[in-house]
Write a protein that binds this ligand. Sequence first.
Ligand SMILES: [Zn+2]
Length: 145
Amino acid sequence: MDATLAEVVRRRAATRCEYCQLPEAASCVPFEIDHIISKKHRGPTSGENLALTCFYCNSHKGPNIAGVDPESGALSRLYHPRTDRWDDHFRWNRPVLLGITAVGRATIEVLCINAPDFVALRASLIREGLFPGIARTAGPFGSIS
Ligand SMILES: [Zn+2]
């Protein structure tokens, strides 16, 4: 991939995973550039089809473009960082990510965004004030001591 294009994607994402919002600075593994619609499904290597992802989200997403909504059992496409608004599909409940649409719920399932170790990592980052967008205040998971 062209280094300039990769830099544009990285800068556009403000160095946060475009799925789980993990800050790149909080990851010990370098972030990756994801083909939102994978090459396998004829997705182009162009800015409109690329997203910055953490290693965890990208490794679980793989070439998937759809998943099952755990609430309805119906097939749903995955979240598309270029054409969807994150806030329309997801909401934080402290370190746990909630899907508020079928797209959001299917994406959380396929990408394993609420795997216990990942939730624990986010809880730790929130406690340290290192997870932008979630304040270090008391919530349903207890107060900060
Ligand atoms: Zn991620």
